[in-house]
Design a protein around this ligand. Structure first.
Ligand code: ZN
Length: 295
């Protein structure tokens, strides 16, 4: 355990995802809002900033400028590592179409530092616990091994660090296979994503998280981080900090209205305080870059 305490903590901000403003009016959507939010998060101790391009009414946006402008403005406002999501899977079906926004940014001289790869296929219907049934019944998120390999190879070619997104144990096993196959460089950046509303994810409980942590590959260089969609991550964040993992948190994943009306930077400050209490210092963006083997 002592080794874990000497390692710096990377805080990643999940700024907005697909969150609307009904439960938290402070979700950043526009490029200016994202840039201001990012600068506050940097000040509070974050190292990485992840966002989804959004239109004026919060709708998911897919045009190139909706990707380019936030990246440009965030980089003008602070030195956080920054990355948008890929293209939406249910609009652009092919692997090249989904990766196109990332490669277009790279061609335009704004290479995203990181890009997420969801390491498997699952049902993605949301489960409405109050109603006791799914809100849809036929949504499938397809990521074939050919698609994943295409992403890994193209991202390597573009100089973008892949974040290996794992919602469940089979996705983590797939991530390990990609590392072993040499398609992803070590140290790999492994993301353990819990969710309350998606049954394809592990639940946001210590047991749900530990079922993934127990299968992290001891023989492969990696750093890992934890997130929770649809719930308060802070209890799991303490556990991850204690175990030497990192933390990915934001009002994009959950409004955190149980804490009042909070900004992303407020959450970063809370995680920073947990880290301090556990004896872990925070990684700067430059330190995170080195820890993730991006230099
Ligand atoms: Zn995202």
């Amino acid at each position: 355990m002592s080794a874990a305490h000497t390692r710096k903590l990377i805080i990643e901000v999940r700024a907005n995802e697909f969150a609307m403003r009904d439960r938290n009016p402070l979700v950043p959507w526009s490029a200016d809002e994202l840039a201001e939010d990012a600068a506050e998060c940097r000040e509070a101790g974050a190292a990485i900033y992840h966002f989804h391009p959004r239109g004026p009414d919060g709708e998911a946006a897919f045009d190139f400028e909706s990707y380019r402008q936030p990246v440009t403005r965030i980089r003008a406002s602070c030195d956080l590592l920054v990355y948008p999501t890929l293209g939406a899977f249910d609009r652009a079906q092919s692997a090249p179409e989904r990766l196109a926004p990332i490669l277009a940014l790279a061609e335009a001289g704004q290479v995203p530092d990181i890009a997420p790869i969801d390491m498997g296929s699952t049902n993605v219907d949301r489960f409405d616990a109050a109603r006791g049934w799914f809100t849809t019944q036929e949504r499938i998120y397809i990521n074939t091994h050919a698609t994943l390999r295409h992403f890994a190879e193209q991202l390597r070619g573009a100089g973008v660090k892949p974040q290996l997104v794992c919602w469940n144990l089979p996705m983590l096993r797939c991530a390990c296979a990609f590392i072993r196959a040499g398609l992803v460089d070590q140290p790999a950046w492994i993301y353990l994503g819990m969710s309350e509303a998606s049954l394809a994810h592990h639940p946001g409980t210590p047991r749900g998280m530990m079922a993934l942590v127990d299968f992290l590959p001891e023989d492969l260089g990696h750093e890992w981080t934890v997130s929770l969609n649809g719930g308060n991550l802070l209890p799991l964040a303490s556990l991850a900090i204690t175990l030497g993992g990192h933390v990915s948190i934001g009002i994009g994943d959950h409004p955190y209205d149980e804490l009042g009306t909070v900004r992303n930077a407020d959450l970063v400050r809370r995680v920073a305080a947990l880290a301090r209490d556990c004896g872990r210092a925070l990684a700067t963006p430059a330190e995170a870059r080195r820890m993730l083997g991006m230099d």
